[in-house]
Design a protein around this ligand. Structure first.
Ligand SMILES: [Zn+2]
Length: 425
């Protein structure tokens, strides 16, 4: 899970940083002499001057990469190979000058395919897209997409700088680095993307997980008073059981304009199950919800437990995968990395007000996530109806637009629009 990865970040990046020290020294010379660098040869279709084993404008990172016929689109891609996980990271890199005047979110991503990727050292990088982000205030921020392991077909990976609190100033330039670290096997990369978004609006979604009956009996009547509709993440095999909504109630929510989201069949940790169970949790839950006449586009991951395999399998069935990582979502939200503001019994209306002010300032989307709306509960995942009412009042007073998860996702998803700058197309 990502939170664990981030904790390891500082320690592991000392090694990567040292490595990059050399890289920066080399490229700084180019920066002084040349005008701005854009993302070049994003699809690896142009060969480098040194011939077919290199791609135009992609430099070697460490022991480097090869330009190969394995591709996502077009005719060429890049391969990174390691036979010993003890070796230094390998990859390719290029510098992209963003020269931002204001702090706009930037999506950085690529397509990745893996063959026998075995992550022996538990490096959080494994196969990922890594970026070194240089800010106009002189700071440098390091981040990578989720790490990927195993054998898998092409999958879309990436991240948005708008989710990183360290990116607290406009971006001057970045190094984009397809990387393989601490991992044996072969990673293929193709179709790199760097897109800057100019966000226009903020939004808030009220989402209630697990499909408990209080969604219908407590939350809905309160939200009705304020004219809000929400999104309900239903655990398919729990519907109709004691304490959970009946299918009639779920259908009534949907008819009232609420969105129904799949929360799986049985609410299991998807990182611990077999491939067959993973597929069933994702696809059979969708089939079941559809058989009830419901329109379902999105999935909320139980316990927020995910890895590259969970996200990539989910991408086959759903528009987006919602995590339980805390944060707001920038314009250009990566569909398999949607963050939440989780509400617990300790959360106050003032907390929500602060989150909304921040989202309004940065033009971001908040997925405010509740579980039980009840006076008491066995754990911290509940709020009393009175507090829930105050929270809805706070939301109404803020003027932020309240949308279902699906509508807000469509407004914030990673799609270049007229208001975005695509580097290198
Ligand atoms: Zn849940």
């Amino acid at each position: 899970m990502r939170r664990i990865q981030s904790a390891r970040l500082t320690q592991t990046f000392v090694r990567v940083l040292t490595f990059f020290g050399i890289l920066i020294a080399v490229t700084c010379n180019i920066a002084v002499a040349a005008t701005t660098d854009q993302l070049a040869n994003a699809g690896i279709e142009t060969a480098g001057a040194t011939g077919a084993t290199k791609a135009f404008d992609w430099q070697d990172y460490g022991a480097g990469y090869n330009r190969v016929a394995t591709h996502h689109t077009g005719t060429w891609g890049i391969s990174l190979k390691q036979s010993s996980s003890a070796s230094s990271p390998v990859g390719a890199y290029q510098r992209i000058d963003l020269n931002q005047k204001e702090k706009n979110p930037v999506f950085i991503g690529a397509y990745l395919k893996g063959t026998n990727l075995i992550n022996n050292t538990n490096s959080f990088l494994a196969a990922s897209v890594y970026a070194e982000i240089h800010l106009t205030n002189g700071k440098t921020v390091y981040w990578n997409s989720i790490s990927n392991k195993g054998t898998f077909d092409w999958r879309w990976i990436g991240f948005n700088t708008g989710t990183l609190s360290g990116v607290d100033a406009p971006i001057s330039y970045i190094f984009i680095v397809p990387i393989l670290a601490g991992t044996t096997g072969t990673a293929y990369f193709d179709d790199f993307q760097v897109v800057e978004y100019k966000p226009l609006t903020s939004a808030l979604t009220v989402m209630i997980d697990d499909g408990e009956d209080s969604t219908y009996t407590q939350a809905k009547p309160i939200m009705d008073k304020y004219g809000f509709v929400g999104s309900s993440a239903v655990i398919v095999n729990y519907a109709g059981q004691q304490g959970y909504m009946t299918w009639a109630q779920v259908t009534a929510l949907s008819k009232a304009g609420w969105e129904i989201v799949s929360h799986g069949l049985n609410h299991v940790d998807l990182t611990t199950v077999t491939a067959a169970t993973l597929k069933a949790e994702l696809s059979s839950s969708l089939t079941m919800l559809k058989s009830k006449g419901l329109t379902v586009n999105n999935f909320a991951i139980p316990f927020g437990a995910y890895n590259g395999g969970v996200l990539a399998t989910g991408a086959k069935y759903y528009k987006s995968m919602r995590l339980y990582e805390q944060g707001s979502n920038p314009q250009g939200t990566f569909p398999y990395d949607v963050k939440v503001r989780g509400v617990l019994d300790t959360t106050t209306p003032e907390d929500i007000s602060a989150w909304i002010k921040d989202a309004q300032k940065n033009k971001q989307w908040i997925v405010l996530t509740f579980h039980s709306v009840a006076a008491s509960g066995e754990d911290a995942y509940h709020v009393s109806p009175a507090i829930f009412d105050k929270m809805m009042q706070t939301i109404k007073a803020s003027g932020i637009q309240v949308m279902t998860y699906n509508s807000a996702f469509d407004a914030f998803k990673t799609t270049p629009t007229a208001a975005s700058t695509v580097f290198g197309q």
